[in-house]
Design a binder for this molecule. Structure first.
Ligand code: ADP
Ligand code: MG
Length: 364
């Protein structure tokens, strides 16, 4: 049974001057028990709306949400086996850490003894023992985040929902919390549904990611699937940097599709499924998968190019290389060596685009 199943979920907001707005457009998503599942997409794509529908704060215009196999249509938020951790933590400033965590249980009139032990357990899970009597303002951003998490965990939810919970933290702390949350999720075995617009965050933390745009799910997969095999231009572009080259299919042979780019470059792509000859396609290659060689090196799958720009970025160096009058390609190298720089300084180089690193987009 799935932890959460969204079946054909849409949400239409009726706006001013009678303009309706479709914020979520026919989404089907099965989310497995114990999964760390991220909803990733740009601002305004419908992530929060989708999460609020799972929590019950918002009702779908159509479709049905199941949690552990049960339809949620008639269940108010507090009768759903889910809990939400919000971006701004929503802590009560005048209450202590312990009272913030206890609040939900007190509302449910759980016996005092039990509250005390459950609050202790929840604070131990987020490593905040000893902080019981502090107020939120006496805590760091990361600690406040953990109080918010403890407050959700104390209710023993089967599913935890997170709406950009780390967005307010600085980069270093955010990276630490990403790892910490992921560890916690693995230990607890609870299903996490995590909303973020940060692709690096989604790649780091998730078992699977759904990439959203304009209310639709464009692709669902593991971080590797999404990064290595993006189906569409949007996904390829949103997740990391990608080179796009367009051309026509020339031939297929032995699992290799040859594509003619800008009427001059013949590039070979490893690919099982054949496309009709003459099909207009978009090729993609990640900057770190392209290689640079000097002109006199003898290598397969190399084409000549001219270095137009070199930008040093610390661990990476980014080269822009012109391949044809119409097209350039970005090549990224890590841990740059002297020979890389010597190659690039020569201006005229070879760029190696191997068949295994080129992909043809399924949708454009
Ligand atoms: P995200 O969380 O991905 O940034 P949201 O789910 O908050 O996106 O919003 C998706 C779209 O729906 C946005 O264009 C937003 O303006 C619109 N929207 C969200 N809530 C409402 C509402 N209550 N009434 C009207 N439009 C809304
Ligand atoms: Mg949002």
């Amino acid at each position: 049974m799935h932890a959460v199943e969204l079946k054909n979920i849409s949400k239409r907001f009726s706006g001013k001057n009678k303009r309706d707005f479709l914020a979520v457009d026919r989404i089907d998503l099965p989310i497995a028990q114990g999964e760390f599942f991220s909803l990733l997409g740009p601002s305004g794509c419908g992530k929060t709306t989708l999460l609020r529908m799972i929590a019950g704060f918002e009702l779908p215009t159509s479709g049905e949400i199941f949690i552990h196999g049960e339809p949620m249509r008639d269940r108010p938020p507090f009768h759903r086996p889910v809990n939400t951790v919000f971006q701004n933590y929503a802590l009560f400033p005048h209450l202590t850490v312990a009272d913030n965590v206890a609040f939900g249980l007190q509302m449910e009139q759980v016996p005092k003894q039990e509250i005390r032990s459950r609050v202790g357990e929840a604070l131990a899970m987020v490593k905040l023992n000893g902080m019981e009597n502090r107020r939120p303002r006496q805590l760091s951003g990361g600690q406040q985040q953990r109080v918010a998490l403890a407050r959700a965990l104390v209710k023993k939810p089967q599913v935890l929902l997170f709406d950009e919970p780390l967005a307010a933290l600085d980069l270093k702390l955010r990276k630490e919390m990403q790892i910490e949350l992921k560890h916690m999720q693995q230990q607890l075995g609870i299903t996490f549904i995590f909303v973020t617009h940060d692709q690096g965050e989604a790649l780091t933390m998730s078992d699977r990611i759904a990439v959203l745009n304009a209310g639709k799910v464009l692709q669902v997969g593991t971080p590797t699937d999404i990064y290595e095999e993006p189906r569409s231009r949007f996904v390829a572009d949103f997740i990391g940097e990608t080179n796009f080259l367009s051309g026509q299919v020339q031939q297929h042979q032995d699992g290799i599709t040859s594509v003619l780019v800008d009427n001059t470059l013949l590039l070979n792509v490893a690919r099982d499924r054949e496309l009709p000859i003459g099909t207009q396609v978009t090729l993609i290659i990640r900057p770190e998968k392209a290689m640079l060689y000097p002109l006199d090196a003898v290598k397969d799958h190399c084409i000549r190019g001219t270095v137009e720009e070199i930008v040093y970025l610390g661990t990476d160096t980014r080269f822009v290389v012109r391949l044809t009058p119409q097209s350039t390609i970005v090549v990224r190298r890590q841990n740059l060596t002297r020979s890389d720089l010597a190659v690039a300084a020569g201006k005229n180089v070879q760029v190696r685009l191997s068949p295994g690193s080129l992909r043809i987009l399924e949708e454009d």
